[in-house]
Design a protein. Sequence first.
Length: 303
Amino acid sequence: MEVFDRAAVRRHRERAVAELPGHDFLLREVAERLADRLDDIKRRFPLALDLGCHSGQLGGVLGGRGGIETLVQADLAPTMAGAAGGAAVAADEEFLPFAAGSLDLVLSVLSLHWVNDLPGALIQIRHALKPDGLFLAAMLGGETLKELREVLLAAEAEVAGGVSPRVAPFADVADVGMLLQRAGFTLPVVDSDVLSFRYSDPFALMRELRALGESNATCARRRHFTGRTLLQRAAELYHQRFAGADGRVPATFQVFYLTGWAPHDSQQRPLRPGSARQRLAQALGDEERSTGETARPLRRDED
């Protein structure tokens, strides 16, 4: 099933290359937070891939962390990958051109939310990793741009008498954790962070999303230009519902941080059922009962 128009995603990225340096604060902030997580892992990863590299924001903050000796930067948009500098390649997250077991580390910052086949992409990433290789990524979650989504839907229903998807759908944390497990990653961890930025007005937010290459690329989007009347009404609703005392408006970005390892015999594993050396009742200081036996009921004078 195709939710996103990948050709449109690529065009938006290509168009954003020139403007991105002045609007990449979100990318740099999330890249820094992802790199901080790499500091907590006492391992070296000589060959790493930055998947969905934009114009090199993650590469700019890594600074040799994780013992990375070679960082390959890949992006769906060739011009964007070229702007990252260094070893760069144009590559689609859904069709990775990397040999099985060739990478020590795969990193990704705010790119995987545009992937149609996320389970397939995660499986390909896991195959590209060496045994005990690490996958560390940040992707946008379901609360992202909730304010903008709300006012656009309300404005379109009021002005046009119907609605269409104008903000991309995002995954939730439970789904992402399940997908990591299904893709074969071991020791999967997903946690969430919420960032809130304030803008002078809703149009400033929309301009920044365009400059980031984050314009609407859903397959079900309306293909004609959004009318001024609809956008103006959405801006009015944004101010009415969310503006602070200073007139500035907030925008929420929920970020999921994903961690998973390619399987290796040295990794911790859960014990086999029945392999425990101590019974649960003994550990709890209680009396063991056979299946079907009920516990003695408490009297009224017992706690």
